[in-house]
Design a protein around this ligand. Structure first.
Ligand code: KG4
Ligand code: ZN
Length: 335
């Protein structure tokens, strides 16, 4: 009988310290997430040095809890998979160092996982029958990328953002409106109560090269709010949130669908923290429905940063013998 494979995943690229155990790439036995959102809220965003120090405090307790929840001992682990980039360098280093130490001490392979590919692999846990090929949109605080997934370990980046990530633009718009960090969920909540009656960026259309760009829209919203403030007028927060969301999400969905049509793919997957956005979920699902495309969207806990997605991605490298890292593995802020 084939032996079950248990991968320990470790994720620390931004402000979540997470460890998880995934069985055979698909079954999440534990997914412990220590979030630092409360720590960074007072600064209105993630402070990298503070995040790094808190990862250091959290990482081993989180690993121990993940093993305990999975009902396994350290020696039951077949490999350790860790996010080595992209992300905040001082944060990544903590996870990478912990993973190296564990892999060395246990005598098991160390697997280097690309964070964007990890986000996409969340779909393989959420949908155990799902198999490539598929086209994925990773929409998070650090990334907005379309990736062609032709195999469990074959990821081809098709398009990315030229400037801000979509989540970053949500967070910045929220900040100018005085909403707490992280801004994405706040904007989502306010948008539901508002009307999309303001057009910030009339020239925002799908680009010929399918690259994304959010800085123009973000700047237009910032200027709009500044002008109202200078004139001493009331800020229609709900309508601004609804209008910004309609433009940002409409443009994101149009580009993704255009890309899918050009490549002739029929299976689409969403990933990353912004996949929790209610309008993105509903618009994308409606547009896919109209065209007979099948859409996969993991539950929010697997969309935001977590180690289960890293363990799942690591499993496929492990069984294919790819991305097995040396103990000299270094963290990389940009990939
Ligand atoms: O994937 P993630 O946890 O971290 C990164 O890898 O960046 O994504 C975090 C991002 C933040 O920008 C946050 O504001 C955004 O996801 N986000 C949302 C929502 N929930 C989280 N953006 C829009 N609507 C939401 N409901
Ligand atoms: Zn992420």
């Amino acid at each position: 009988m084939k032996k079950d494979i248990y991968i320990l995943g470790i994720e620390s690229s931004c402000d979540e310290t997470s460890a998880a155990v995934v069985k055979n790439g698909r079954e999440c036995l534990s997914n412990v997430i220590a979030s630092q959102i409360e720590i960074h809220r007072r600064f209105g965003g993630v402070v990298p040095e503070i995040a790094g120090r808190n990862h250091l405090l959290a990482v081993m307790p989180v690993v121990d809890e993940a093993l305990a929840k999975a009902g396994l001992k350290k020696t039951d682990i077949d490999a350790v998979a860790v996010t080595y980039g992209a992300g905040l360098i001082g944060c990544l280093l903590v996870g990478v160092s912990a993973a190296k130490a564990m892999a060395y001490a246990l005598g098991v392979p160390l697997i280097a996982v690309n964070h964007i590919q990890g986000h996409i692999a969340a779909n393989f846990i959420a949908f155990p029958e799902l198999e490539p090929p598929l086209l994925a949109l990773v929409a998070s605080g650090g990334h907005t990328s379309i990736v062609d997934v032709s195999g469990f370990s074959s990821y081809e980046p098709v398009s990315a953002t030229l400037d801000d990530a979509i989540g970053e633009s949500f967070d910045k718009v929220a900040r100018i409106l005085g909403l707490p960090y992280p801004g994405g969920p706040e904007i989502d909540r306010h948008a539901k109560q508002g009307k999309a009656n303001i057009r910030f960026c009339p020239n925002m259309h799908v680009r010929g090269d399918l690259a994304y760009s959010f800085s123009g829209l973000k700047t237009a919203v910032v200027n709009y709010v500044h002008n109202l403030r200078q004139r001493g007028e009331e800020i229609p927060v709900d309508d601004i949130c609804a209008s910004f969301t309609a433009e940002a999400v409409g443009y994101t969905v149009d580009t993704f669908i255009r890309c899918a049509e050009q490549r002739g793919v029929t299976r689409l997957a969403l990933a990353g923290g912004v996949a929790a956005n209610s309008y993105l979920r509903s618009l994308l699902s409606a547009e896919c429905g109209k065209r007979g495309l099948t859409l996969f969207v993991p539950p929010p806990v697997l969309c935001t940063d977590n180690a289960a997605m890293i363990a799942s991605r690591g499993y496929y490298s492990f069984i294919e013998g790819k991305d097995i890292a040396e103990l000299s593995l270094n963290a990389q802020s940009v990939l």
